[in-house]
Design a protein around this ligand. Structure first.
Ligand code: GLP
Length: 241
């Protein structure tokens, strides 16, 4: 595990974007595993700026996203499909056919998950997986559990996650209760895992995840075993370590 300590959110975002950008330059047809949540937004902004300045070309890049709410149509502003288009895809020259998310509109969970596992397999391996960190230690939507879920599956979101994500919806009742997410094994197979963490409110869970025992009760802790895990975190998030 490599820890890159940054002075603040913007510094974290720029450093993370630089790591992703370096991969896009050195491997133009790379497969990026992408993440949502508020933390990666700054990194996406830096990637968009690098593209606009002519430093990055995404024309051959492929992407697979970690997760999607079950039951939200793509046009819903809170769907992760909408998020990715809004923050990244529509600003760069990535081919729409090369971008992939689980199909949140598929009501049959088994089918949605099998379909997405096939999509991921067809990519031939993720080169870099970007991750945020949930307040309960979740990655993607892999919530604390008694075991590590391996491949794409449908999860019941925890109350903590529903409450944390409520800020994006008009009311807590609108927050979907379920989501489709890549599994832990899929995340661990990425050649490089890059996590961005910012803010004092993440300091305790960051400490638990990376300086405590490896346990499915703190799903992110499994990343301690990844051979190429880079944590880019600001001083506030690293305050307890
Ligand atoms: C959501 C996403 C995660 C994300 C987490 C933390 O639950 N499914 O991928 O890491 O939120 O989000 P934030 O970065 O807004 O704290």
């Amino acid at each position: 595990m490599r820890i890159i300590r940054t002075k603040d959110y913007n510094d974290m975002s720029r450093k993370a974007a630089n790591i992703i950008g370096a991969l896009v330059v050195t491997k133009p047809d790379c497969v990026l595993g992408l993440a949502t949540g508020s933390t990666p937004v700054g990194a996406y902004r830096h990637l968009v700026n690098a593209y606009l300045e002519g430093d990055l070309d995404f024309s051959q890049v492929k992407s697979v996203n970690l997760d999607e709410y079950k039951g939200l149509p793509r046009e819903n502003e809170q769907s992760y499909y909408y998020f990715m288009h809004d923050h990244l895809f529509r600003h760069i020259n990535i081919a729409p056919k090369n971008t992939h998310l689980p199909d949140g509109t598929e009501p049959d969970s088994a089918k949605a998950c099998e379909d997405y596992n096939r999509v991921i397999a067809s990519m031939g391996g993720v080169d870099l997986q970007l991750l945020g960190l949930g307040h309960d230690g979740h990655i993607g939507f892999n919530e604390p559990n008694d075991e590590f879920d391996k491949e794409t599956h449908c999860v019941d979101l925890t109350q903590m996650t529903i409450e944390a994500n409520q800020r994006f919806f008009n009311s807590i009742d609108e927050v979907p209760r379920q989501a489709y997410t890549m599994g832990i094994a899929t995340i661990m197979r990425a050649k490089c895992v890059l996590m961005v963490v910012s803010g004092k409110d993440k300091a305790q869970i960051l400490k638990d995840a990376f300086f405590g025992p490896i346990t499915p009760k703190v799903p992110a802790s499994v990343l301690q075993l990844h051979p190429n895990f880079i944590l880019v975190a600001d001083e506030d998030a690293l305050a307890l370590v």
